[in-house]
Design a binder for this molecule. Sequence first.
Ligand SMILES: Cc1ncc(COP(=O)(O)O)c(C=O)c1O
Length: 384
Amino acid sequence: MNLAEIVKLYGTPTYIFDIDKLTQRIAYLKSKLNYDLVYAVKANTFIISELAPLVSRFEICSPGEYEICTKLHIDPQKMVISGVYKEENVIAEMLKNYDILKYTVESVTQYQLLSRLAIASQKPIHLLLRLTSGNQFGMTKDEIKDIIETHNREYLIIDGIEYFSGTQKHNLNTINKEISDLHNFIIDIEENCHFPINEIEYGPGAPVYYFQDNSFDEDTFLSELNLIIAQLNKKVTLEIGRSIAASCGTYLTKVVDLKTNQVGNFAILDGGINHLVYYGQMMAMKVPFYDIIKKSPQEEEATYNLCGSLCTINDIIVKNLKLPKLEIGDIFAFKNVGAYSMTEGISLFLSRELPKVILFKNGKTYLVRDTYKTSKLNFPNVEE
Ligand SMILES: Cc1ncc(COP(=O)(O)O)c(C=O)c1O
């Protein structure tokens, strides 16, 4: 992938998602983890079609995500509808459109809604009951057991349990403990409710190491994770977003101004924290992985604060970075931005444009979203 060519063609700021790299990433994860992969589409909706032949399901958490997947003709048998709030009319419409859909149940109220809609539509619904990890998501063990003991077996097919307790989880001891708790709960259900749990959808929150001072032996981590999950001794699907999508993404941004004052050197870039979010970044002190495309080679070095274009002192991507002397027009290519970065930034602040999104596949580039003026969204449409 020739980034300089891509900048020439599309300009900056731009996200580029490398589909060949994404395909290799999935192959790597599959070589390490003996479980089917479910892609949490919230991580990046632009790569859904490319992932369709590579993952077993898509986790869809909002009507918007459902609309995107439907427009992309994702097989309904590959959809699991999740999320804390499911509007009745949206679920009713989904049931009308598709005979087979699977839903994650987040609360007793949601369970009652799904039960009512299944009976009214005379269509059986497949359910995964989400176990809470102690926050607003999922249900308690007692609530789950209650549902299992009383559910209408004609219309509700309880396939199993869903459990996700957080993202960027790198402590295998913590994961081991939660898997062991989950295992005991499954045994409890099977022995005391006399009900077989056929499937567990587990979100490991597999971590991505974003910064240059991190060291991470991912091969060993994933092999151990694989062994820990094997304790469940069930059909397990792994619901993953970040670890699938992050590495395929690069964000291209240009130096548009340079200045020096009593504090130091500042490079102003045409993008910033409205487009670029690195989980775990602290006061811009950590250095993410990046490349520089220089306008001309420079022997001399200087230390810079790399800042975005927002009107806030917080818009700093990296502080105190030693670099070859910068010129206006130099390009930074920030790595590992394929998951969440484009959606977690404060993209509406200052009414700056949203970057283009490019897919790179088999040596070709495809513009899948043009620049978008957020001034349209921040404009008050007052009727005359
Ligand atoms: C229910 C659920 N599953 C899976 C994920 C994906 O997590 P990650 O991106 O850490 O893999 C999330 C992320 O918020 C989630 O809420």
